[in-house]
Design a protein around this ligand. Structure first.
Ligand code: PGA
Length: 233
């Protein structure tokens, strides 16, 4: 299984250093972990057991874009994965599918694996729009990519209403969406994200379509993270 740790905009430098020391001692139990710290800490990464990911990338290649971090800069820091299209960026920072598509193309050019986040809002779910939303995010996000390029992506299904709320969908609801994704992308690694924790992992284990997890809140608590890993299939 693949576990992606999304630290979001958390931890001071001092806290990050001790957090990273704790991660070094985690027993992966033959799982693969990817750490996505805040961008200032990418250059502090020094783990042998865990791979490095970023939380975002610029849609611009390089140049006069104050505050942006380009794909080639990530590459030069040995970043191997990058989260793209997280709902917090889509909703709070108005990131569009077209911009996400540009970012994916730049990452692939630099041999960085995009972790593309997809998911519906509660309103969309209640209006039976989940399939439509997921397919539109896929269609527009993956526009003009070859099959070979598309196959490189990791897809994270993160229902927006489950992120940071303590609520999770039923396994049937998760599998319904993962099956939709699979009809378009049969070969890709599929993650579930949104309030996954040490209590609900036993339920999430029942899905045979989940290949791993994208963890936000839990990523910051190393003791619970270890428990989560031990409880995973
Ligand atoms: P959460 O966040 O695990 O805190 O719900 C997941 C995410 O936003 O990727």
């Amino acid at each position: 299984m693949l576990i992606v740790l999304n630290n979001k905009c958390n931890l001071t430098k001092k806290e990050f250093i001790s957090y990273q020391n704790e991660l070094e001692n985690i027993d992966l139990n033959s799982n693969k972990l990817v750490l996505c710290p805040s961008s200032p800490y990418l250059s502090l990464y020094n783990l042998n057991n865990i791979s490095l990911g970023a939380q975002n990338v610029s849609k611009e290649e390089m140049g006069a874009f104050t505050g942006e971090v380009s794909s080639s800069q990530l590459k030069s820091l040995n970043v191997q994965y990058t989260i793209i299209g997280h709902s917090e960026r889509r909703n709070k920072l108005n990131e569009t599918n077209d911009e996400i598509n540009l970012k994916i193309k730049l990452l692939l050019k630099d041999n960085i694996i995009p972790i593309l986040c997809l998911g519906e809002s509660l309103e969309e779910k209640l209006n039976n729009k989940t399939k439509e939303v997921i397919e539109q995010e896929l269609l527009e996000g993956l526009k003009d990519l070859t099959e070979e390029e598309t196959n490189k992506l990791i897809i994270a299904y993160e229902p927006i209403w489950a992120i940071g709320t303590g609520k999770i969908p039923t396994v049937e609801e998760i599998d319904y969406v993962l099956n939709i994704i699979k009809t378009h992308l049969p070969n890709n690694t599929l993650l579930y994200g949104g309030s996954a924790n040490t209590d609900n992992i036993v339920v999430l284990n029942k899905s045979h379509l989940i290949n791993g997890y994208l963890l936000g809140g839990l990523s910051l608590k190393t003791v619970s993270l270890q428990e989560f890993i031990y409880k995973m299939n």
